[in-house]
Design a protein around this ligand. Structure first.
Ligand SMILES: Nc1ncnc2c1ncn2[C@@H]1O[C@H](COP(=O)(O)OP(=O)(O)OP(=O)(O)O)[C@@H](O)[C@H]1O
Length: 795
């Protein structure tokens, strides 16, 4: 299947004299070329300027450039390059010279001669096709380096050329090359639909355009299967469903192709995907295999943990004796029941709104657990080992939530990614075969758990390890597919206590009352009346940004910092969206100073002092989607202090300094304003929530509830009353998931764990004596005093 050759392109062969400009966030370059030979007719000059997308081209090397001559208004005529090739030397002497030119480290005259002797004039292509042609000719380490450099110089070049023809940008071509190496070009031109299944970054529409260009049939099975797969993945991730019915999948796939005529063929494509286990059918439910595995695995693992032998059979009496209460608090009967149930059950769910005492109960459970352990340890041969074996682990889906957990409880908490040792895109280090260790695992912010992360988490929990899942089921469900927390609660198979009495007093208490109303689907009658810790500014959509500006100006005057304050809004676009509000808040919190360094990415300009949001998980550097930091330096590539030699910014994430070269700035955004989704797991002293009816389908109860409960001390609501009211009355969209039913099904698929021996080793039950004091429990940190929204309202 050949793709169309471009016709009528000029060809210029010449030596690259000099790279005049190289973009740091793309492969765009401007080159000056000394012409050796060309198809140009009226060109008298010895040189020409060439612009386009180039890999790591070498000054002094020969290339053939194909393109069209265009007139630049300022610089005159230049070649706009469509593709280019590294012009390899035509004889052996030239080829040897090429190898020793300094582009390939470790290759001297002798090695170069050996290579050319053995492989001849076609050496470069042979090496690129199969690294092993160099086996026995040169040292393995040298050959590795050589292949790497050749691939960088030539392989990527070839892919750029091909990608160019299909509208594939250099970044995606680079990623394709990283994933498929020298095969990338063949895959792109012969089987582009394969990329829909395997490669992140090429959507079905792009693959389909390539498919059409290379002449793949409309009814081709590969095309139809890719369409079905793209449909189920897109819908699952957009709406949070874990499955679709066959009819829904078929209908949506037809819509994607805009082609009713292929209905029959699409139906067959579904059947084939089922046969090859890309899709899985469970009754009339069709799943992407990964989601099916995740959902069934979560159910199986929960049943396994529920049925596993308990290391301690703590009696009610033991618990009563050991019971620890944080500080001087008197727990209510539901709270006491929660502590007891949490200690008795193998898996326990603790839910409740803000200020109902979830953290208090976790503290009480952990302290009591530790007290029991300490007493038991005395009877063990090795008390240290014993305590370690039953240690407490705490984790949360986001870095900020983990940090807050540590601050509030005094115990070390981490992200779930870190707990499981998940490196980017990689498999977890801790799995069913290599489970995590410890006696008690507490997971906070469980509303954010999607089905895939939950599956990975539960797989790594060994039999006998106690699991406590804490969350607020009225918050937004996870970004990824699944409705885990709600399904666990709904299954009624797991011990569960819902805390419903609000204890938070003073600042933030009217916010928790408001949250309670919203949870019940109503705004309170006093919604528009300003409270000590809450105010409303009801304005039209078009006035929303100005109203927020006034609030910000007053807040800054009152001494609020950008860390204290967070603007939340549902979407990115419109004048009341994240992008516009960020630009406005940046100008207020961090106004531009004369001659200040800055780096621009897209429409965002980053400056020292800016509040920053991390948009991707980067486990290697321990920074996660949703983490917030501050830019502490903007450095240009020639700055002395910049050892990256690329323009970069340095961000401080709570004491951890990370560098971002310009090409990685897509991982960051300004964070003065964020979506409510991105703020999940975070809390701020003062939160401004903007809602207007323009946000249409985004308006729902869980979104509003999640937004306002991010506020610890004060809340300002800006926008249209109708939007707030509609949000309060609108239930969160339905998610099609089957976890609840799987849990309700009593058939058990138990996995034996090597950790069962832990149970055998557990000490026998005896009456305990305790030596821990209440000072082992760290009181929750209470927020700062002396601030109300009135303080910064315009007079
Ligand atoms: N039984 C109680 N009597 C008095 N105060 C209580 C009681 N239970 C909890 N509190 C207090 O109420 C406040 C909120 O409790 P806690 O932080 O445990 O709630 P939470 O559910 O974790 O809240 P959030 O989800 O907002 O963090 C704390 O100051 C806590 O000390």
């Amino acid at each position: 299947m050949a793709y169309q050759e471009e016709t009528q392109l000029e060809k210029i062969t010449g030596t690259l004299q000099n790279v005049i400009f190289a973009s740091s966030d793309s492969y765009f370059k401007i080159l000056s070329i000394q012409i050796e030979d060309s198809t140009l007719e009226n060109w008298q000059e010895p040189e020409i300027i060439a612009t386009g997308t180039f890999a790591d081209v070498q000054e002094g090397s020969m290339y053939a450039f194909y393109g069209t001559v265009v007139r630049h208004p300022k610089y005159g005529q230049q070649l706009k390059v469509v593709r280019y090739e590294n012009e390899l030397p035509p004889d052996e002497a030239g080829l040897i010279k090429y190898f020793v030119s300094g582009q390939f480290s470790g290759i001297g005259q002798k090695t170069a001669e050996k290579i050319v002797d053995h492989l001849g004039l076609n050496a470069v292509n042979l090496i690129l096709d199969d690294v092993h042609v160099l086996d026995g000719i040169i040292k393995e380490a040298t050959s590795k380096k050589l292949v790497h450099s050749l691939q960088l110089n030539l392989g990527l070049e070839r892919l750029f050329q091909v990608g160019n023809r299909f509208g594939i940008g250099a970044d995606i071509a680079g990623k394709l090359y990283d994933q498929y190496g020298s095969e990338a070009q063949d895959i792109l031109t012969q089987d582009p639909y394969r990329l829909v299944f395997e490669f992140e970054g090429i959507a079905f529409k792009t693959a389909d355009l390539i498919g059409q260009k290379v002449g793949i049939d409309r009814e081709d099975d590969r095309r139809l299967q890719a369409a079905v797969y793209a449909t189920i993945m897109t819908i699952s991730f957009q709406y949070g469903h874990t499955y679709l019915t066959r009819q829904q999948l078929l209908q949506s796939s037809i819509q994607l192709l805009h082609d009713e005529a292929v209905r029959q063929d699409l139906d067959q494509a579904i059947t084939k995907l089922l046969t090859t286990h890309v899709l899985v059918a469970d009754g009339d439910k069709l799943y992407a295999a990964t989601l099916y595995e995740a959902e069934t695995q979560v159910a199986d693992d929960l049943k396994r943990l529920l049925h596993a032998n308990q290391p301690f059979d703590m009696s009610s009496e033991d618990i009563d004796v050991a019971f620890m209460t944080p500080g001087q608090l008197v727990l209510d009967s539901t709270q006491i029941a929660a502590v007891k149930a949490g200690l008795k059950a193998q898996v326990f769910l603790l839910t409740g709104g803000p200020g109902t005492g979830k953290t208090t109960i976790v503290q009480s459970i952990v302290a009591t657990w530790k007290k029991v352990l300490q007493a038991q340890a005395k009877y063990s041969d090795n008390a240290q080992d014993f305590l370690k074996m039953y240690s407490v682990k705490m984790a949360s889906p986001t870095g900020r939530a983990a940090k807050r957990m540590t601050e509030v409880t005094g115990y070390d908490a981490t992200t779930i990614h870190r707990l499981l040792g998940i490196a980017d895109l990689g498999e977890p280090e801790f799995t069913s075969d290599n489970p995590i260790s410890g006696g008690l695992l507490i997971i906070d912010e469980a509303s954010m758990l999607d089905i895939e992360l939950t599956a990975k988490l539960l797989a790594a929990v060994p039999n006998g390890m106690k699991l406590i899942i804490v969350g607020d089921s009225d918050q937004l469900p996870s970004v990824g597919p699944g409705n885990v927390l709600a399904d666990l609660v709904g299954s009624e198979k797991i011990a569960h206590v819902e805390l419903d009495t609000i204890y938070r007093q003073g600042r933030g208490s009217s916010i928790t009352t408001l949250a309670q109303h919203i949870k019940n689907g109503q705004l309170p009658a006093d919604f528009r009346q300003n409270q000590r810790d809450r105010s409303t500014f009801m304005v039209s959509h078009d006035q929303t940004d100005l109203a927020i500006k006034q609030v910000l100006q007053a807040a800054i005057k009152k001494g609020y910092t950008q860390d204290d304050l967070q603007i939340l809004t549902p979407i990115y676009k419109t004048t009341a969206g994240v992008n516009a509000l960020n630009a406005m808040a940046q100008a207020l919190f961090n106004p531009i100073k004369p001659a200040q360094k800055s780096l621009q990415f897209g429409t965002t300009v980053f400056r020292k002092g800016d509040k920053i949001l991390q948009l991707e998980n980067d486990s290697e550097r321990d920074v996660y989607n949703g983490d917030m930091g501050k830019i502490i330096a903007v450095q240009y590539k020639n700055d002395k202090s910049n050892d990256d030699h690329e323009d970069r910014i340095v961000v401080d994430f709570d004491g951890k300094e990370l560098s971002y070269p310009k090409k990685n700035l897509n991982q960051l955004a300004l964070a003065y304003a964020t979506t409510v989704h991105k703020a999940q797991g975070n809390e701020f002293k003062l939160v401004i929530v903007a809602l207007t009816t323009r946000f249409g389908l985004m308006l729902n109860r869980n979104l509003l509830y999640t937004g306002i409960t991010r506020a610890k001390e004060a809340l300002i609501l800006v926008g249209e009353y109708e939007a707030f009211n509609r949000a309060a009355q609108t239930a969160v969209p339905f998610r099609a998931t089957f976890l609840k039913n799987r849990l309700a099904d009593d058939s058990v698929n138990l996995r034996k764990s090597s950790d069962d021996k832990k149970v055998e080793q557990s000490v026998s039950k005896r009456t305990l004596t305790f030596e821990m004091t209440n000072s082992d429990i760290i009181a929750p940190l209470i927020g700062l005093n002396g601030i109300t929204p009135y303080d910064f309202m315009p007079n």
